[in-house]
Ligand binder design. Structure first.
Ligand code: G
Ligand code: G
Ligand code: MN
Length: 525
């Protein structure tokens, strides 16, 4: 039981902790998902923006293609106007092969495409071409995106999107979440916003998501720092925390309920009855006047499947406390009846049976005893019901009537452990009795054969006055025996005479030692 109780605390602790541990684990996964979803959303938005701007650029090129590139001188003003009033564009213009014919920013013959973009272009020129650039001749520090379409004749048009438009949009998105966003057209320069320290910690890494456009050669990648993952996780965990607390309490309540059931003797006793773990021992009682056995008291024993014996005072008190004493006693009566059927005893053999207060007060009591008496009716027994003083009999009058009824049917009544409870004297008045069993505490108080033991002497005198038979319990020494005999105590029970023994042992004992006078046994030793 002790071990069980210690394990109980562990179980409670684990039950309380479990929702928290699971919570940490699940919120971690949920936070990762949320984080991933946000990365995807951000990347999609940026991609959308890049695609829109690409659409604009190609529209612009379509518009420029309506002009005759050989007439740059006359259309120059138009091109300048288109290039400067349309949003997003740094410059637009017409080309012939590598040569820029006219540009909205620089007018006529401003130079070569290569000079403008600061990089070598593929040769021969593809028909349509897009690339992100680190800068252009006019603004070398500012990224741009070049869109270009050329006819087989070598004539064509270009449009330069100013990277600032892209960066502003990317900044707006990356700032709030400390993301790093990069945009790349056709493996060109990486237009980048935000910066990430890649100091990944133990559990949280930076997350990265890449997406490609299916309409244009655009690649967007978004990276979130570990700190974002932690922030997301903390947020989800805090939202989950109240629920985890409630779950914790619920688990602890369920676990403690389960433990209580497991720790209660109620189920154990029920199981013990079903598994026939209970047995009965019998402790012989000596009659000093006949110098032979007078009978025996039935004492219940319980051995658990693991071999451990449970102390009777422990499990009987538990059975009384948990409402199991009646079924247990009923079971005991069956066991005794079975044992008794094997015995051969002298007429008038006293069979002492302990009954609990609760059983006495229960309507089934008289019937239970009658049934038992009927089962052992073929043996010349006198059944003695021992009422313990440990628990108070509350419905005194009704119990007294029941006992009187049984008494008329030949059953005798004893008060057990007399003197230890606080109702001894009132019992004497309420019930019709046959025996007093003097508690071994008073027997222990005997100091010498010819001395005085005032309380014990008073109890013995009292029982004589009331014409009750007296039994001394727990007699362990010849001196105690001598004293009790001298004071007229007829019945003796205790280790000096015999210890409690199994039914089989009792059968042998009755046949071999039971009829020997106690002094003989004492002297023989
Ligand atoms: O011998 P022992 O350790 O068995 O007895 C311990 C206590 O348990 C004693 O006070 C005795 O009265 C009680 N006891 C033993 N058997 C029974 C029983 O069958 N029913 C009841 N009610 N008490 C018993
Ligand atoms: O209370 P009740 O008389 O029912 O209980 C009898 C109890 O006393 C049992 O536990 C039994 O084992 C114990 N017992 C019987 N004889 C002796 C004895 O001589 N000495 C001690 N210490 N216990 C005894
Ligand atoms: Mn007893």
């Amino acid at each position: 039981m002790q071990k069980k109780r210690e394990r109980g605390w562990l179980v409670l602790f684990a039950a309380g902790l479990l929702p928290l541990i699971l919570g940490v684990f699940f919120t971690f996964i949920v936070a990762q998902r949320i984080e991933q979803r946000q990365l995807e959303n951000t990347a999609d938005m940026v991609l959308n923006h890049a695609e829109n701007i690409s659409d604009h650029a190609w529209d612009m090129i379509g518009q420029l293609e309506q002009y005759d590139p050989r007439a740059c001188g006359t259309i120059g003003k138009d091109i300048q106007r288109i290039g400067s009033i349309t949003a997003y564009f740094r410059a637009v213009g017409l080309i012939h092969n590598n040569q820029v014919l006219c540009s909205s920013a620089y007018g006529q013959y401003p130079g070569t495409l290569q000079g403008m973009t600061h990089r070598s272009l593929p040769s021969p020129h593809p028909d349509t071409w897009v690339q992100s650039l680190a800068g252009t001749a006019g603004a070398p520090q500012r990224p741009a995106v070049l869109f270009l379409r050329q006819q087989p004749s070598g004539y064509g048009a270009y449009a330069l999107i100013d990277g600032q438009y892209l960066l502003d949009f990317m900044h707006a998105l990356s700032l709030s979440r400390s993301y790093q966003i990069t945009m790349q057209f056709n493996h060109g320069y990486r237009i980048e916003s935000g910066h990430i320290d890649t100091d990944s910690n133990l559990f949280f890494n930076s997350n990265k998501y890449r997406v490609n456009s299916d309409r244009y050669p655009i690649t967007i990648s978004v990276t979130s720092p570990p700190s974002e993952a932690i922030k997301a996780w903390r947020q989800v965990f805090l939202t989950f925390l109240p629920m985890a607390a409630i779950l914790s309490l619920l688990f602890v309540a369920l676990a403690s309920n389960w433990l209580k059931r497991r720790l209660s003797y109620r189920d154990e006793i029920r199981r013990g009855i079903a598994n026939e773990e209970f047995t009965v021992n019998y402790q012989p009682v000596y009659n000093t006047t006949t110098a032979s056995y007078a009978g025996a008291e039935a004492l219940m024993r319980w051995q658990w499947p693991d071999g451990e014996w449970v102390r009777p005072d422990v499990f009987i008190a538990a059975a009384e406390a948990e409402g199991m004493i009646i079924p247990l006693t009923q079971h005991l009566l069956q066991l005794i009846a079975k044992d008794v059927s094997q015995w051969e005893v002298q007429p008038g053999f006293h069979l002492g049976i302990n009954v609990a207060a609760e059983h006495l007060q229960h309507p089934c009591f008289v019937n239970d005893i009658r049934q038992f008496a009927a089962k052992v009716a073929d043996k010349p027994l006198v059944i003695i019901l021992e009422l313990t003083e440990r628990s108070l009999i509350s419905e005194g009058k009704q119990v007294a009537e029941k006992l009187a009824l049984l008494r008329r049917e030949g059953i005798e009544i004893a008060i057990d452990d007399f003197g230890t409870g606080n109702c001894s004297l009132s019992y004497l008045q309420t019930f019709e009795l046959d025996y007093l069993k003097i508690d071994r505490g008073f027997i222990n108080a005997i100091e010498s054969v010819d001395g005085e033991t005032p309380v014990l002497d008073a109890i013995i005198n009292l029982s004589h006055k009331l014409e009750l038979q007296v039994l001394g319990e727990g007699v362990e020494t010849p001196m105690q025996l001598e004293y009790l005999k001298n004071h007229g105590v007829v019945f003796i029970q205790g280790y000096l005479y015999a210890r409690p023994m199994s039914s089989e042992a009792l059968i042998h004992w009755l046949a071999n030692e039971g009829t020997l006078p106690l002094t003989t046994v004492f002297h023989a030793n």
